[in-house]
Ligand binder design. Structure first.
Ligand SMILES: [Zn+2]
Length: 1063
């Protein structure tokens, strides 16, 4: 609920809002006030309520200094690298050509719009019925469509907070002895000042000590200089994983030789009799349970144990100063102190000690990649990146590679020059930046300047290349008003919500109004633009019925300031549902909708975001028209890949135009059938936007989820017109990128919009030798326009160690990040290759990783033993989750749209989200402590007790599973009923009961929701109810209905693969 829990601000939504908490909308069938009903009362009564807080310095206009875009660096200029070694798993057709968006297929040649078409009709809006439509009987509609009019939607008055203003500390002059040679701008008020700090105890930013002792505490064990010291159970005496003292450095088992013999999981084998079979083509009987001995699941590596062990050992804040140190896992709560490398909240790496040579890297097959979330929101107890001003000439940079000033620059010659840590080039220090060095060779002001001592910071007051200040961005809302959109209640809900949500447009200074302007469009097969100029008494509608050559029929009055035009906007939002209440139009267009928004932004010469609320496959005659091509027969064939590719090239071309304008598109889908997400998602995915999908949207049960998503999406901080460049030290370079963006060359990741939830995964490859002494450096720089229209540059620096021993690599890997990389790699691969080939490639690469470890790092042992590196002992179980997920191995009732949607969604997930998505969190709720969460259990039916209640979270779904013989006390505490049969499985929120258990459980649910970027609807699942089949889908250690292997079986399979590679 509280989507912005991290905000330090008071909650503006928290105040009683006139008219807000009531049933949001009137019946569709006639309960509306007459058109032009009296204005409902100013929403201005609705106080933002933000506590006075000193304004950030953002009100200062950026100084127009000459920031020039970095020319391509010398080493990055080459042709696109052949980014895959032959043994690596690229799908046959190889990595995407750099010009393509998102690795998709090449856009078919663009169809030029025919501009010679007759002029579009415009008509003055009258309150008469909507523009003439041919009457289309809504016969095609067949979805469950509860009338939105009944059952007034639940009040939405939950406390909400506005998106936190960046509260970005600027770097103020140090009180230290040195004169404040920087921050020449006006005084920066009340921003967190950058305290002069003493040198961090462990390291010196900028000049990392040579890699002394190995970074992990595990060293010099029984295996000469390589293996960690912990004991591993002798093969003959296996210790169950859970009970041993510290976890063994290795995991050993002799296949089939130990572990209790188990039968198939009780009750798992088949679906319940007479119930729909979720995911399986037919209710297959129990899959031929191998009669052979089964491994004891308790004897194989447990994700829960790994998660708990990491939590137990991560009690201190994580300081980033030590190069090569792996951070705690994403499942651990920890505080970060920036001491020279970017926080793991901004960058996580697959390995923190990477091989010195390409040969070693190839031998190990461990992918080298970083998952970067440049604008990540930090928890309240961590300081957001400081703002740095380098004056009119812009940030100090290396002359050659153009890397920005950072802790890896070494000052020499008394401080007059500096040597670049990335390319070794020596650059003069400009006079205004000069500073003396101390006796250790460090600048005297080192700890007073973020760019000399911290991993992350932000340059501001940059000018654009042409010295023109960017216009403030605009938000345009484009609402489908076709039959389905109206009948589902969507139109009503959106219009009602916007009346209040528009007061929460993003802003950097909570005390000032947002400078974001807004505009409104409705459409079905024609487009309706609205003039909401403040001087008008009523909004005016302009209809464009010829959508073949989209243009915006009005300039003045389309994009307006919310406060100035409040009355007209409110009137419009009141009228839209009324105007289209009786529509019979079922056809929609889609291409022209985005074109309209794009043209409006072009006309206003600004960047911005389009919020498109859309319901159906756009079959009306228009550019970008689509046909229904859903063909389940193609699944599993070589042609399956075509289903993930856009069916027309139109949207690729449109996406490119959007990116050029800084036009980010967020798409909210409300489908009742196939809408071709693979094609409709092209523009959102290429512009850094998001796709939200509410299949069979029902106002009553889905309203809360949709509204929370919408609120968060509108309020969240977003950078516009962004370009990200990753620079690396000589010897390694960024070769491939995964995420929601566009690339027109091999180095620049272009994002029309970049929000705080989006991550970009970058693959690195060797192009030369690295040295253990210097390690490998990476600098990610993102230039963007802030929501107040400032040009800014955020810099994240990361240094990792380099090793000449494979064992060092295997000791410093992060499996969660490897899985993030592999899933994105595979999900892009299915655009070009059959899913089976992609799955096989993944299995093969993982087997090679583990075989290489076995061969080079483990002590000699019997071939019957599976030996896994400590840091990767969960690789098999997590990999299996990727392989058997809906994208790569769909069950029968997973739609193509679902798969396309998930594929796109995961492509921009950070490590924390991908982790919980692939291995959901399952909490037993028997006892709830007030200050901690119960320890999770493994995702297997075996772990569920009939007498218990469990909460399962995937980041997208939230289930409450209730066992059939659940204790009565639990029922009373949670549901207020003593009887299992009286639990209403259709509830989407738990009753508010006055007992500590109920209170704590609701708190936990709220906190889970606050952690995720999308609102998770709660689904109550009663054991043996039909919905349990959906729930079981997420018990990922079990065999899946779609044929996915159980963890135990998959581990045995991996073992076989590894043995084959070794023999
Ligand atoms: Zn350089």
């Amino acid at each position: 609920m509280n989507v912005n829990q991290h905000t330090p601000m008071a909650s503006p939504y928290g105040q009683p809002q006139p008219g807000y908490g009531q049933p949001g909308y009137a019946p569709l069938d006639g309960g509306y006030p007459a058109p032009y009903a009296p204005y409902n009362g100013p929403t201005s009564a609705y106080q933002p309520g933000a506590p006075p807080q000193a304004p950030p310095n953002s009100s200062q206009p950026p100084v127009s200094t000459a920031y020039t875009a970095a020319p391509p660096t010398s080493y990055a200029q080459g042709p696109p690298p052949a980014s895959s070694a032959p043994t690596q798993p690229p799908p046959p057709s190889g990595p995407a050509a750099p010009q393509q968006y998102y690795g998709g297929p090449s856009p078919p040649s663009q169809q030029p719009f025919n501009s010679s078409l007759p002029p579009t009709s415009q008509q003055q809006f009258t309150p008469a019925p909507p523009p003439s439509q041919q009457t289309f009987p809504p016969s095609s509609y067949s979805g469950p469509m509860p009338p939105a009019s009944q059952a007034p939607a639940p009040p939405v008055s939950q406390p909400q907070q506005s998106f936190p203003p960046p509260a970005q500390p600027t770097f103020s002059a140090p009180p230290a002895s040195q004169p404040p040679a920087f921050a020449p701008g006006p005084p920066l008020q009340n921003q967190g000042s950058f305290p002069p700090r003493g040198p961090p105890p462990s390291s010196q930013p900028g000049s990392f000590p040579p890699p002394g002792p190995p970074p992990t505490s595990l060293s010099s064990g029984p295996y000469p200089g390589q293996m960690p010291p912990q004991q591993h159970p002798p093969p003959s005496q296996p210790s169950p994983y859970h009970s041993g003292p510290p976890p063994p450095a290795l995991f050993l088992f002799c296949s089939g030789a130990f572990g209790q013999v188990r039968g198939p999981q009780p009750g798992y084998a088949g679906p319940y009799p007479g119930q729909p079979n979720y995911g399986a083509p037919a209710p297959a009987p129990a899959p031929a349970a191998p009669a052979q001995k089964r491994l004891d699941p308790d004897a194989i590596p447990s994700p829960i144990q790994v998660i708990e062990d990491d939590r137990a050992k991560s009690t201190e804040p994580f300081t980033t100063g030590v190069r090569g140190q792996a951070p705690p896992l994403v499942t651990t709560n920890f505080q970060v102190k920036d001491q020279g490398n970017a926080s793991p909240r901004f960058i996580r790496c697959t390995a923190y000690n990477i091989p010195c040579t390409a040969d070693m890297a190839k031998q190990s097959q461990v992918p080298l990649a970083a998952v970067i979330k440049p604008l990540a929101t930090l928890p309240p107890d961590e300081i957001p990146p400081y703002l740095v001003d380098h004056g009119e000439s812009g940030p100090i940079r290396c002359n050659r590679c153009k890397a920005y000033m950072c802790p890896y620059m070494q000052f020499i010659e008394g401080g007059r020059r500096f040597q670049c840590g990335f390319c070794s080039c020596v650059t003069e220090v400009p006079p205004h930046y000069f500073q003396h060095l101390d006796h250790t060779g460090k600048r005297m002001d080192c700890y007073d300047r973020p760019e000399l001592s911290l991993g992350s910071y932000e340059f501001w007051r940059l000018s654009t290349t042409n010295n023109k200040l960017p216009q403030p961005p605009a938000f345009i809302f484009l609402i489908d008003v076709s039959y389905n959109a109206v009948k589902s209640g969507m139109v009503n809900i959106v219009c009602e919500e916007l009346k209040t949500l528009l007061d929460y447009l993003p802003r950097e200074n909570p005390e000032m109004d947002s400078v974001v302007r807004v505009g409104f469009v409705t459409y079905n097969k024609v487009m309706h633009f609205y003039n909401v100029k403040s001087s008008l008494a009523q909004p005016q509608m302009l209809v464009v019925s010829d959508v073949s050559d989209m243009f915006v029929p009005l300039l003045d009055g389309f994009l307006v300031n919310v406060n100035e035009s409040r009355q007209v906007i409110e009137s419009l939002l009141d009228q839209i549902p009324e105007m289209f209440a009786d529509t019979r139009e079922t056809e929609t267009v889609f291409g022209p909708v985005i074109q309209a928004g794009l043209e409006a932004l072009k006309a206003a010469d600004c960047a911005g975001k389009l919020f498109v609320f859309h319901t159906s496959l756009p079959i009306a005659e228009a550019p970008g028209k689509l046909k229904n091509r859903e063909d389940k027969k193609l699944i599993g064939t070589d042609k399956e890949k075509s289903l993930f590719q856009p069916q027309v090239g139109f949207y690729n071309t449109l996406a490119k135009e959007c990116v050029a304008q800084g036009c980010c598109v967020d798409l909210f889908l409300f489908p009742n059938g196939y809408v071709d997400v693979a094609t409709l998602g092209v523009v959102p995915v290429s512009t850094g936007g998001s796709v939200y999908k509410y299949t069979y949207f029902q106002a009553q049960s889905d309203r809360e989820r949709f509204l929370n998503d919408l609120r968060r999406d509108v309020q969240k901080l977003v950078g516009f017109d962004a370009v990200m460049r990753v620079r690396t030290s000589t010897g390694v370079r960024a070769t491939d990128f995964f995420g929601s963006f566009f690339m027109s060359n091999t180095t620049d990741v272009e994002l029309a919009g970049l929000d705080c939830d989006k991550a970009i995964t970058v693959e690195l490859k060797h192009d030369d030798k690295l040295s253990e002494e210097t390690g490998a450096l990476m600098q990610c720089a993102v230039l963007y326009t802030s929501c107040s229209g400032q040009r800014r540059l955020r810099v994240h620096n990361m240094a990792v160690n380099c090793c000449s021993q494979l064992a060092d690599l295997y000791r410093n890997c992060e499996t969660d990040t490897i899985i993030n990389f592999f899933s994105k790699y595979a999900f892009r691969g299915i655009l070009n290759s059959p899913t089976k080939a992609v799955r096989d490639t993944l299995i093969n690469q993982c087997a090679q990783i583990l075989a290489c470890y076995r061969k080079n790092c483990a002590s000699p042992s019997s071939a019957g033993q599976l030996i896994l590196p400590e840091c990767m002992k969960l690789l098999p179980v997590y990999l299996n989750c990727v392989l058997k997920g809906d994208v790569l191995l769909p069950g029968a009732d997973v739609s193509l749209d679902d798969r396309a949607y998930l594929r796109q969604l995961i492509s921009c997930m950070d490590v924390s989200e991908s982790h919980v998505f692939f291995y959901p969190r399952l909490l037993p709720l028997t006892k709830l402590e007030s200050d901690s969460l119960p320890v999770a259990v493994r995702d297997s039916e075996e772990r569920l007790s009939k007498g218990g209640v469990y909460l399962l979270e995937t980041g997208l779904h939230l289930f409450l599973w209730v066992g059939a013989s659940v204790q009565q006390e639990l029922l009373l505490n949670i549901f207020g009923t003593p009887s299992f049969s009286q639990i209403d499985p259709s509830m989407t929120s738990l009753p508010v009961l006055d007992n500590p258990f109920s209170q704590r459980l609701r708190e936990i649910i709220d906190s889970f929701r606050a952690e995720r970027s999308r609102y998770m609807k709660l689904m109550v699942v009663k054991q043996e109810d039909k919905t349990e089949l959906i729930f079981r889908h997420f018990l990922v250690e079990d065999k899946s209905a779609s044929g996915g292997a159980s963890y135990v079986d998959f581990l045995c399979h991996m073992h076989k693969e590894i043995r084959q590679l070794l023999s």
